[in-house]
Design a binder for this molecule. Structure first.
Ligand code: UDP
Length: 345
């Protein structure tokens, strides 16, 4: 029988791409989402791409302990991929209680029910934000984490630590929890079908949705935050990872857990390309690959931005047998195709 993976937050941007790849790899999936930050667009897209209209979907809030418990009672769950979380850095600074409550309680509920139901394999979606402004680049998984600069970033660090501690505590119990934290760099792009992609509510905070919305005419002008950084062209450097490549890393990590290939009960992997790309380079590449001109201007630095961060991906390459494959051009073309799909063009 196929193993079943619970994808919490599975109707969102990353969760929907991961659901597609899990199904392609032969896993059964149950998607749980409270729909607080998305509509059914991506889940409908997942159904179309996979040709499966029988994927179980449970509209629940993972902060509701009884609802999570019911999920584990109703389904035999072999692994969980936990995406259900708030993710806006600025909003987390304004509403720390909301962020701590949502992001921590939902994860605690998952872990508690997982333990109660005989143990589980838990994959936590973490972020390169845990490294902060790292001194040595690229960062490896051993690069020390720096104190978080936002409640959002803090919840990522805290959930990593919670998972580590729960793994240690359950190692010799009835309900063994094994855990992997994937630290994502900057996920961008959309599925090649253009049926699923990023769907920001309101004004996008992230670079690529802002680029595509400017190109389609929803936004007047892209602001490039800072061109006076000590980098080659003065703009920040990031490691932009294609969303489908990122989704495949989840399948590799889940298989590692389910196939008993883990070397430790709790493992961490960087998920990026290993290549730094500047904001200016990305904007220029977008213009070139899609044959259009983008309205942009340089403005002041954005508070809280680090100058540069990119991944050493050797551990993921070696241990997960995974590596980023799509070029940044392909990814930017997919982001544009998705924006046009949304606009009905
Ligand atoms: N950025 C920008 N204009 C925007 C949004 C982002 O110049 O409208 C820059 C931002 O300063 C950073 C990079 O794009 O250098 C990536 O930002 P994003 O918010 O997408 O991800 P982050 O790296 O902050 O998680």
């Amino acid at each position: 029988m196929a193993k079943r993976v619970l994808v919490s937050g599975g109707a969102g941007y990353i969760g929907s791409h991961v659901t597609v790849e899990l199904i392609a790899a032969g896993y059964d999936v149950v998607v749980a989402d409270n729909m607080s930050n998305c509509d059914m667009t991506c889940f409908e897209g997942v159904r179309k791409i996979t040709g499966r209209d029988d994927i179980p979907f449970e509209q629940i809030d993972c902060c509701d302990a009884a609802a999570v418990e019911k999920l584990f009672t109703d389904y035999q769950i072999d692994a969980v991929i936990h995406f259900a979380a708030f993710k806006a850095v600025g909003e987390s600074v304004a509403k720390p209680i909301m962020y701590y409550r949502n992001n921590l309680v939902s994860f605690l509920n998952i872990l508690e029910s997982a333990g109660r139901h005989g143990g589980c394999n838990v994959l936590f979606s973490s972020s390169a934000t845990v490294y902060g402004e790292a001194e040595d680049l690229p960062v490896t998984e051993k690069t020390p984490r720096l104190p978080a600069t936002s409640p959002y970033g803090n919840t990522k660090q805290m959930c990593e630590d919670i998972l580590r501690d729960v793994v240690a505590a359950t190692a010799s119990s009835q309900g063994v929890i094994k855990g992997i934290a994937l630290r994502y760099f900057n996920p961008i792009g959309a599925h090649p079908s253009a049926l699923i992609g990023e769907l920001p509510r309101g004004v996008p905070n992230n670079l690529v949705p802002f680029i595509t919305q400017t190109a389609i005419g929803k936004r007047e002008c892209l602001s490039i935050f800072g061109n006076d950084y000590p980098t080659e062209d003065g703009t920040c450097l990031r490691d932009y990872i294609d969303i489908v490549d990122l989704a495949k890393a989840h399948v590799a990590a889940v298989s590692r857990m389910l196939d008993g290939k883990m070397k430790e009960g709790y493992e961490i992997f960087n998920i990026g390309t290993g290549r730094p790309v500047s904001v200016y380079e990305l904007v220029t590449a977008f213009e070139k690959v899609n044959g259009l001109k983008l309205n942009y201007r340089f403005v002041d630095r954005r508070p809280g931005d680090v100058m540069a961060i990119w991944a050493d991906t050797s551990l993921a390459n070696e241990e997960l047998g995974w590596k980023a494959e799509r070029t940044v051009e392909e990814t930017l073309a997919s982001a544009w195709a998705w924006e046009k799909h949304l606009a009905g063009k």
